[in-house]
Design a protein around this ligand. Structure first.
Ligand SMILES: [Zn+2]
Length: 148
């Protein structure tokens, strides 16, 4: 885990960690939307919070291999949500599928000093939590509109 002052900006781009992804990573709250979950998972990658990444991964696609490779350290540079507005507009037209959603984003990162760009369309499902029964979002999988 990286050391981080409590008042710092959220890694996902939110104004402050404590009012953005912090409550989700600590378990104090569940992300209310697929986009909020996506942002919190980006933040978990930045902070190397592998338990959070696993717990928010849908059981049907959850990896059994370690997610974070310590031998290949990634420095995350920023997150840009591409489709949030369009998705909000689409939801108005499709109120009968409230339990699945997609989020398109670009995440930039560096490995070994070289910059990379991840452009992904992630799919999310909302299902009852196995323990509490409360509806919560899970990351299902992603597709890549442009291979780079
Ligand atoms: Zn955040």
């Amino acid at each position: 885990m990286s050391i981080r002052p409590a008042s710092s900006a959220c890694p996902c781009g939110g104004a402050s960690f404590d009012s953005c992804c912090g409550p989700y990573l600590s378990g104090a709250a569940l992300p209310p939307t697929a986009e909020a979950l996506m942002r919190s998972r980006y933040t978990a990658y930045v902070l190397k919070d592998e338990p959070y990444l696993l717990s928010t991964w849908h059981p049907s696609t959850r990896p059994t291999e370690p997610i974070i490779d310590e031998k290949e350290p990634i420095r995350w540079l920023g997150l840009e949500i591409k489709s949030a507005l369009r998705l909000r507009q689409r939801k108005v037209n499709l109120p009968d599928h409230p339990d699945s959603d997609t989020v398109e984003f670009v995440a930039r990162f560096k490995i070994g000093g070289r910059a990379h760009r991840l452009h992904e369309v992630s799919r999310f499902l909302r299902e009852p939590d196995p323990d509490s029964g409360a509806p919560r979002w899970f990351y299902l999988d992603g597709s890549f509109p442009e291979k780079e």
